[in-house]
Design a protein around this ligand. Structure first.
Ligand code: NAD
Length: 328
């Protein structure tokens, strides 16, 4: 296969690019580089610097491709609440141009990086794909709007699409050569590991009065290498007889924020003191995925389900790259 990976200079995209290349496929990356890193793009891939909302850039990037993995987008929940329009444009409106360019070039396989944020406050656990879709922030609303566009416009254009609703992505390329480098960083594992990389200190947890086993929020972590493996399975299945589908990706196992901080201290051997601040608005107490559908339909079997392994790989990345890709 020759796959176009949008956002292939970002965290999940760059690791998916390398996984696809290692599996013997060809890759083109389309990325504006505004929130990604040229250094993260594997030298074996063709890089087109451009926007998924620009028809000419899409047509040029799609040349020779047979499928698309769409990872490009904006991911900061707090920013989405400050700038809803920016998020609707980036995540729902601009990628519509990519869909049009696919139809023009006759490419029909599409895999979309969606998110558990489309569900909002859970009504039951673990969350299955038929759960109500009531996102509580503009990030989730913008991703859901694009899922809606795939349902309507995508179908009219003859696309076959797989949407993956990732829970909390974590980890890095296992040898630490590719990893997470966001600015600002909002995800808990890289934020705790930044404290460890600085030699230790305090880490503030948002709230300890949730109805969970230690009072802090519970999240379902999924290794970025397992996300990359799911992308490959979906692209292969779309080349075959799969018409499309929506799949959660998570391990179905929850870790509290306190457990994450303690696991980071354990893996790094650095002392990290927990402090507790107020709750962060819009944080559900518990999020847990049922990924049964991905397992049964796609044959997805996560390889790195243990949080300790995700943190060990992330630490290999962060300790070698304390300034992210600027350290390289
Ligand atoms: N990281 C997570 O935990 C997580 C969880 C659920 C879903 N997701 C989804 O996965 C995808 C990738 O997340 P990530 O953590 O790798 O993000 P990231 O910010 O590291 O990467 C996104 C990439 O997209 C590029 N980009 C943004 N807008 C673009 C545009 N209009 N045209 C071309 N390129 C553009 C950026 O430059 C960046 O390289 C996102 O769509 C996100 O919504 C991520």
């Amino acid at each position: 296969m020759h796959v176009l990976v949008t956002g292939g200079a970002g965290y999940i995209g760059s690791i998916s690019v390398r996984s696809l290349l290692d599996a013997g496929h060809s890759v083109t990356v389309l990325d504006t580089l505004e929130r990604g890193h040229r250094e993260a793009v594997d030298a074996r891939a063709r890089l087109v610097v451009g926007d998924v909302g620009a028809r000419e850039a899409c047509l040029s990037a799609l040349e020779g491709c047979s499928g698309v993995l769409h990872c490009a987008g904006y991911i900061d929940v707090a920013e989405s609440m400050r700038e809803p329009e920016l998020y609707m444009l980036a995540n729902a409106v601009r990628p519509a141009t990519l869909l049009g360019a696919m139809a023009e070039t006759g490419i029909s396989s599409f895999v979309f990086s969606s998110t558990a944020a489309v569900y909002g406050e859970p009504q039951w656990l673990p969350i299955t794909e038929d759960h109500a879709l009531e996102p509580v922030n503009w990030y989730g609303r913008s991703k859901l709007a694009f899922e809606g566009l795939l349902d309507t416009n995508g179908r009219d254009l003859g696309l076959r699409s797989v949407r993956f609703r990732y829970f909390n992505a974590a980890g890095a390329w296992p040898d630490g050569s590719l990893g997470e480098a966001h600015d600002p960083e909002t995800h808990i594992v890289p934020r705790v590991l930044a404290v460890a990389a600085a030699g230790g200190g305090e880490f503030e947890i948002f709230g300890e009065d949730y109805r969970t086993r230690d009072g802090t929020c519970v999240r379902d972590y999924v290794h970025v290498m397992d996300l990359a493996a799911a992308h490959l399975l979906a692209l292969e299945a779309l080349e075959g007889s799969l018409e499309g589908g929506t799949f959660n990706l998570g391990n179905g196992q929850g870790y509290t924020n306190r457990e994450v901080v303690r696991e980071c201290a354990q893996v790094t051997g650095v002392r990290i003191a927990e402090t507790v601040g107020p709750r962060r608005e819009g944080d559900p107490a518990k999020l847990l995925a049922s990924a049964e559908l991905a397992r049964t339909v796609l044959g997805w079997t996560p390889r790195y389900g243990a949080l300790s392994e995700m943190i060990a790989h992330a630490w290999a990345w962060h300790s070698a790259h304390p300034e992210g890709y600027r350290s390289a």
